[in-house]
Design a protein around this ligand. Structure first.
Ligand code: ADP
Length: 327
């Protein structure tokens, strides 16, 4: 019989839509398997401060459709120190919590990996991030919602851009990766997409504006915040200087991309992975992230889930696709 009787669940790092659906699945699965389940508030900070709340079926009622995270999230530097992690362990022992499900991104998994090794403590991770940048899952919880949020915002911008014959430079999230910009850019029919992985950059954009179709009354240029041109305001300034006769506006979408009701795809992914995490712990799995690859549940060691730009997601073929469609 498994020694696990009380599972702690927390959300950590950047929030993502669908985290609540994941919490709900962990709680309901724990109760289904006759385990206790404890909510930990504000990620690793809650472990260090013993901010624990007992959870039951009702505590996760009516949250599957809500954005954000009911357990709150935080970035916690103290957990990076051995002293901080020692406090966390003492609190877990005192509350008789004997396994954890941590929902977050690569930073959360690095912390979980260290803690789990130090104290031989069972932990399974769930991929909760809008960035879709973790190895071991085709999609992360929150990504689908985030790109749909971008698409619906840019569709609205397109309406006003078209009415006024304007250019809009729209900045989307992605400090290290242009994935959100590339996929949502294709989704909105952008005239150009600037991402850190494509080195064509601002000069190419200027050429395309110079020689591009003149009959288009609006143009949408989607820029990833990490693009080397330096974000949408910089791109806007450069274009305004080059093309003073064009009406050029800038819109930075910002944090709306993290919020909002999760899409059905994110709710279903979070639900499936949440149950898999509890079942995985009961089977003795630890130091792994539960993900979905080719429709199957896959457990990947934390050591391999570290942030990376997945070469499968931004390939020359994807860049060519964007170029063909942007004429
Ligand atoms: P995300 O999980 O979204 O990538 P962060 O990178 O902010 O977010 O990481 C979340 C938390 O994970 C950090 O605030 C910290 O508490 C913990 N963490 C990250 N790196 C380490 C580390 N090297 N050692 C211990 N804990 C870490």
């Amino acid at each position: 019989m498994s020694k696990i009787q009380n599972i702690g669940v927390l959300t950590s790092g950047g929030d993502a839509p669908g985290m609540n659906a994941a919490i709900r699945a962990v709680v309901r699965a724990s109760l289904y398997y006759k385990l206790k389940v404890t909510g930990v508030l504000r990620g690793y900070e809650g472990l260090i401060n013993a901010d624990f709340i007992p959870m039951d079926e009702k505590s996760v009622a009516n949250i599957i459709q809500r954005g954000g995270t009911m357990l709150k999230t935080a970035r916690c530097n103290e957990f990076k120190t051995p002293e901080g992690r020692a406090k966390a362990y003492e609190n877990l022992m005192a509350s008789e919590i004997n396994a954890l499900v941590v929902i977050g991104g690569d930073g959360t998994f690095i912390g979980a990996d260290i803690f789990s090794q130090e104290y031989n403590f069972p932990i399974i991770g769930l991929p909760g991030t809008i960035d879709n940048d973790l190895e071991g899952t085709d999609l992360t919880i929150g990504y689908d919602t985030a790109i749909n949020t971008v698409v619906s915002a840019v569709d609205k911008i397109r309406d006003t851009a078209e009415s006024h014959d304007r250019f809009f430079i729209v900045e989307v999230m992605g400090r290290d990766s242009g994935l959100i910009a590339l996929r949502s850019g294709i989704g909105v029919g952008a005239e150009a997409i600037l991402i850190p992985e494509a080195k064509t950059g601002i000069d190419d954009l200027i050429e395309r504006v110079k020689h591009g179709r003149k009959d288009k009354s609006s143009k949408i240029i989607v820029v990833a915040e990490g693009d080397e041109a330096g974000g949408a305001y910089n791109v806007g300034e450069i274009l305004k200087n080059k093309f003073p006769h064009h009406d050029i506006r800038v819109s930075v979408l910002g944090h709306i991309q993290r919020g909002g009701s999760p899409s059905c795809a994110d709710r279903v992914l979070a639900s499936r992975l949440g149950v898999a995490a509890v079942e995985g712990l009961l089977e003795g799995k630890t130091k792994v992230m539960a993900g979905q690859v080719n429709k199957e549940i896959v457990f990947t060691p934390f050591s391999r889930t570290t942030k990376h730009i997945d070469a499968m997601q931004i390939t020359p073929a994807w860049l060519k696709l964007a170029e063909i469609l942007s004429l």
